[in-house]
Design a protein around this ligand. Structure first.
Ligand code: ADP
Length: 269
């Protein structure tokens, strides 16, 4: 589709609910999701559907429930109201098996080298010393551009390299769905740009479905097909913005600028 220079804003109820056709189950589906922590309502009746292979960013101010949404989808939260499913399987019934997670902090094991840190992400029933598993880890080291660093420990890596190890660990599971919680927020601008492009390469090569939480509007517009704007406390979906820029994208594309305007308007900033 040619770049129109326009971002289109959709009615959230229409844009987030996905198809009614059960054969067309979205990769990620959240319906009527309400999550409480004691008296705090973190999310209130949130609906969201993400199709297979789609890249969706979730933006919103601090405290609007972005991380909570990801935690529910990974199966880290068991107590919530509504439905959350991955590939049509409720997360409470093991749907989360298809999910890989990357956090803001790389959370690497200081005493382990890059290879061992990535192997932590292998499925529990895979022996990391098995030749096939070693090949898988070697492939991931190459995918994230860390050739030659397999034996390095986290203390010997830059912030950007550590974040790449974290991404490779999230991919070790061969997830169909990758959930990322502010993975680049601690990086300097140039490293951040490099890592964003690296993520786009991985997404394209793997055909994975990606949901990325970020507070960075520029990042959301550059990376995502659709940007879900959460707002309020408790968090609700304010709007959904389609980013209609061709890929590979230029950071200065008019369509990205239009999308950024739509998002910041919705955020009220
Ligand atoms: P965001 O990621 O958008 O900053 P969070 O999902 O972290 O927002 O938090 C949403 C709301 O839920 C906030 O009011 C936060 O204080 C509350 N919250 C999150 N996790 C917990 C927890 N484990 N216990 C109590 N309250 C929590």
């Amino acid at each position: 589709m040619p770049s129109t220079g326009e971002a289109s804003k959709r009615d959230p109820a229409e844009a987030t609910l996905g198809s009614e056709d059960p054969a067309a189950d979205p990769a990620l589906a959240v319906r009527g999701l309400t999550k409480r922590y004691g008296d705090t309502v973190a999310l209130d009746e949130v609906d969201l559907a993400i199709d297979g292979g789609e890249f969706v960013a979730v933006v919103g101010p601090s405290g609007c429930g972005k991380s909570t949404l990801l935690r529910v989808l990974t199966g880290l939260e068991e107590r919530f109201e509504g439905r959350a499913a991955v590939d049509g399987v409720d997360v409470r019934d093991g749907g989360s098996d298809a999910v890989g997670m990357v956090f803001q902090e790389p959370r690497l094991l200081a005493w382990a080298d890059v290879r061992e840190n990535i192997a932590v992400g292998l499925p529990a029933d895979v022996d990391p010393d098995d030749p096939a598993a070693r090949d898988r880890v070697d492939g991931l080291i190459e995918t994230v551009g860390l050739d030659g660093f397999a034996e390095s420990r986290p203390g010997e890596l830059s912030g950007g390299m550590a974040q790449r190890v974290s991404l490779a660990r999230g991919l070790a599971y061969e997830p169909e769905v990758l959930l990322l919680d502010e993975p680049f927020s601690a990086l300097d601008q140039l490293t951040k740009y490099e890592q964003q492009d690296n993520l786009l390469d991985v997404w394209r090569e793997r055909g994975a479905t990606v949901a990325l939480v970020t507070h960075d509007v520029e990042e959301a517009a550059y990376l995502a097909d659709r940007v879900v704007v959460l707002g309020g406390q408790p968090g609700t979906v304010e709007t959904v913005v389609d980013v209609e820029a061709d890929r590979p994208r230029e950071r200065t594309d008019e369509a990205l600028l239009a999308a950024r305007r739509e998002i910041t308007d919705a955020l009220g900033v």
